[in-house]
Design a protein around this ligand. Structure first.
Ligand code: UD1
Ligand code: CA
Length: 466
């Protein structure tokens, strides 16, 4: 088997009418990855690197989101799958290559199945192999028609099938591997005399069978992974199936998922061993969770890195980085650019944005820390607010090591609070605070002795008069 001798073509020009969507079908996502890129990745994982991608409907958008490398070819009018491959032919530069054709709407196909299929093609010395599957409900698929020796003779589309043919449960997946010369010739002989007035690629099967023979089919070991996405129900089904595969793989590599049914983990997320995921957790994008962490219940973590032995619960974290042994939650909101170093503690109703918080610092309750650099071993008391936005621009607050910020302090930057300082509770700090100083910025307390009894007597007198 020689993968380098294969040129892949992915068909992705169709609108995907049945999706009822403004977004092209191949850009809908399976566990966070656009369908087109799911297929691209699978191909690249078996060493097929630069597929030709046939684009049409909203082609600029599809091109923008399709991962490189690839060669895109425009099919201006979508006249059918056969026509789609025809527009690729002038771009095939090496005539010795065999052509692997995949439908752009089957994201679940695995590298293992594709490899077995390719191996089958070469070991049987076929002119054309197709990947077929057995299904309970064949609706929507092309049916495989076999000759009296049980060889593959042709594929009949649902709309053209007789009522007897419609009952056939062996159907076509949308994947072909074929000799280039024969493909070329079969395409030149395609017509659109069928119910949909389309040039069906499936018709090459009958052409090659008739003229050259050696057409065969490889049955997919698992029909689920060959499913095509044509509508939103199939999209949900595929997401559910892929989610199960993602979680199973994590389980097998030492991750505990307490309730798989209400946990959602996207395809790119990396989780090390001995992590426990509690119910209600969404792990999105390029998130990494290192070993020994517990995540959840009820967290959404996106494009973030959580280092060893950290504990995050009931919190949202987006584009942020947590060091080791960090405690975060309940009800913390870490917005983009939050960098928490080791042993940091972020407590309830705390929002952090674009800030670096160094080792062993605590922000335990009801605070907003935005555009700040906070040193080591700092205590930020309940209700502390950095007033980072002056109505025109964002200003930076710097709090150095070992500072103690008393509760309900308002810090108005640009501002530097130096090492080992104490900010008295309730202060409004507008000027820099020097190392080792105490800063108090609140009105002085006044005590009026015996004021209350006199006041009460006066109030009672008022009442009896009425
Ligand atoms: C196709 C097969 C059917 C098979 C099924 C498997 C044909 C005629 N039928 O049907 O036998 O069982 O896939 O899922 O091939 N496309 C283009 N240009 C076009 C038309 C389609 O690029 O002019 C692309 C679509 O974007 C899609 C793929 O080809 O990614 C398949 O087209 P689709 O309309 O989904 O074909 P099916 O009706 O599912
Ligand atoms: Ca389809």
């Amino acid at each position: 088997m020689d993968l380098l001798n294969i040129q892949a073509i992915i068909l992705a020009a169709g609108k995907g009418k049945r999706m009822l969507s403004d977004t092209p079908k191949v850009l809908h996502k399976i566990c966070g990855i656009p369908i087109i890129n799911c297929i691209k990745r699978t191909l690249s994982s078996i060493g097929i690197e630069v597929p030709i991608i046939v684009l049409g409907h909203k082609w600029e958008l599809v091109k923008e989101y399709t991962e490189e490398p690839n060669l895109s070819v425009l099919q201006k009018e979508q006249l059918g799958t056969g026509h789609a491959v025809k527009v690729c032919m002038p771009h095939l530069t090496d005539s010795s290559k065999d052509i692997l054709i995949l439908s752009g709407d089957m994201p679940l196909i695995t590298p293992e199945t594709l490899n077995s299929f390719i191996e089958f093609y070469y070991s049987t010395k076929a002119n054309l192999s197709i990947l077929s599957l057995d299904v309970n409900n064949p609706t929507g698929y092309g049916r495989i028609i076999r000759d009296n020796k049980m060889g593959v003779e042709r594929i009949v589309e649902e709309k053209d099938a007789t009522s007897i043919e419609k009952k056939i449960k062996e159907v076509f997946s949308g994947i072909y591997l074929v000799k280039q010369r024969m493909l070329q010739e079969a395409l030149e002989n395609l017509d659109n005399f069928n119910m949909q007035k389309e040039y069906y690629l499936t018709d090459i099967v009958h052409y090659i069978y008739n003229k050259y023979g050696k057409v065969n089919s490889f049955k997919a070991p698992n029909s689920k992974e060959c499913m095509g996405i044509n509508d939103r129900y199939q999209l949900s089904e595929a997401n559910l199936y892929q989610q199960e595969q993602i979680q199973k793989k994590l389980n097998m590599s030492g991750v505990t998922i307490i309730n798989p049914l209400n946990t959602y983990i996207e395809w790119n997320v990396k989780i090390e061993k001995d992590v426990t995921i509690y119910p209600g957790v969404n792990l999105l994008g390029d998130t990494v969770i290192e070993s020994g962490c517990t995540i959840g219940p009820n967290c959404t973590i996106q494009d973030s890195h959580i280092s060893k032995n950290s504990h995050v619960f009931h919190s949202c974290i987006n584009q942020s980085r947590l060091g080791e042994n960090v405690k975060c939650g309940p009800f913390a909101n870490l917005r983009p650019g939050s960098i928490l170093k080791n042993n940091v503690k972020i407590g309830n109703f705390v929002e952090i944005k674009n800030s670096e918080i160094n080792d062993t610092t605590s922000v335990s309750h009801l605070s907003y820390v935005g555009d700040a650099t906070v040193g080591k071993n700092v205590n930020i008391g309940a209700g502390t607010i950095t007033c980072n936005y002056d109505g025109f621009q964002k200003n930076r607050t710097i709090i150095q090591d070992d500072a103690f910020i008393g509760s309900n302090s308002t810090l108005i930057p640009p501002l530097t609070i130096e090492k080992n300082t104490l900010i008295a509770a309730g202060s409004v700090i507008t000027e820099n605070v020097k190392e080792n100083s105490l800063a108090i910025a609140r009105s002085k307390q006044e005590c009026k002795e015996n004021w209350v009894p006199a006041w009460k007597n006066k109030m009672k007198g008022n009442l009896t008069k009425k």
